[in-house]
Design a protein around this ligand. Sequence first.
Ligand code: AMP
Ligand code: MG
Length: 337
Amino acid sequence: METKIFQSDQINQAAALLRQGELVAFPTETVYGLGANALLPESVKQVFTVKGRPSDNPLIVHVADFSMTAEFVESYHPLTEKIVKHFWPGPLTLIFKIKEGSLNPVVTGGLSTAAFRMPDNKKTLSLIEKTDAPLVGPSANTSGRPSPTTALHVYHDLKGKIAGILDDGATQIGVESTVLDLSGEVPTILRPGAVTQEALEEILGIEVPLDKHLVKESETPKAPGMKYKHYSPDTPVLMINSDDWEKALIWAEANDKKVGLLVTPKIADKYSSADRFVFADETVEAATRGLFSGLRALDEAKKVDIIFAEVFPEDHLGLAYMNRLKKAAAQNYFSEM
Ligand code: AMP
Ligand code: MG
C-alpha cells in the first residue's frame, strides 16, 4: 500500500479515505494520531493490527465538538460543562459512562465507559467534520515506540501499512493528552498531560487526585492500556539526577559506553559530547516538546550505546514529562554502580 502525505488543501481526499474505512494519521497539538472511523469496527480492528497494539487497550474517540459526544454518552458528570468550556479544544481527554451498544467493544476495550477528546488542530477538526464521524486515534507509532511528533515519524513507523498521513508539521506539546476520568464521583487523573493537575484544581476549585497507579507505579492500573511498556527506543535510557552528570559520564567512559545526551542547553554546554539532542531552551515545555523526538533521533542514529536523559521536578507539566521519561527508561536512574 502506498502511504500518501496529504497537505491542508487535500483534507477532502483524506476524509474520503476514512469514510471508505481506510486508516489516515492526523496531526494534533499533542502527538500524531492513527485515525480510523470510530463507527466502522473493521477499520478500528486494523488500527490494532497496524500498531501491534494489545486489543484490550481502549481508544480515544476524537470529536469535532462537544455535541458529537451526546450520541454515545449515558450521563455526564456535573462538572463537565465547566471543564469543556475551559479546556476544549485542548489536550484533555474525558471519560464518560456510555450508552450500552453505542460504541463497538473494539473501541472501548469492552468497558462501559469511553474516552473522548476534541483536539486543538484546525486541520484535524475539519477532517473529522468532513468524514462526518468521530475518529479513533491512538498515537500513530508502532506500539511500544516513542509517540510521533512529526509526519515523518509516522511515515517511519507505518509506511506501507496505512493509506495516508495528514501533515501539519511538528506538534506543539509533544506528549499525549491528560486523561481525566469523569465516570465516577471524583474527577481523577489517569494519565498526566499538558492540562495539569494544578490547572484543573484551580479551575474546578476542588482537589483532583491522581489515580493510585500514578502515585505508586506498582498498583494495578484502572485502564488496561496503562500496563504496557511504552515510549521505548531500542537504546537503553537512564535518567540522570542533576548532581550525577559528572559521575554518570565517568562511569560511561570507564565502561566503554558511547553516550547520547537528551538535555537542556545548559547541560549540553557543560558536557559537549558528539551525540546529543538538545532541547530548544531550559523550560520543561521545550523538554516535553522534544522528548519523543529526541529519543527517536538518538535511537535512529545508531551511534550510541546508552541515552542519558535530564530529569525535571514532578509537578505541573514536569509530571507528564517524567511519566513518559520513566517509562522510556523502564524506571531506571543512574546510581553509582
Ligand atoms: P492512547 O494510548 O494515546 O491511544 O490513549 C488511550 C489511553 O486512554 C488508554 O491507554 C487508556 O489509558 C485511556 N483510556 C481510553 N479509554 C478509557 C476508558 N474507557 N477508561 C479508562 N481509560 C481509558
Ligand atoms: Mg500511544
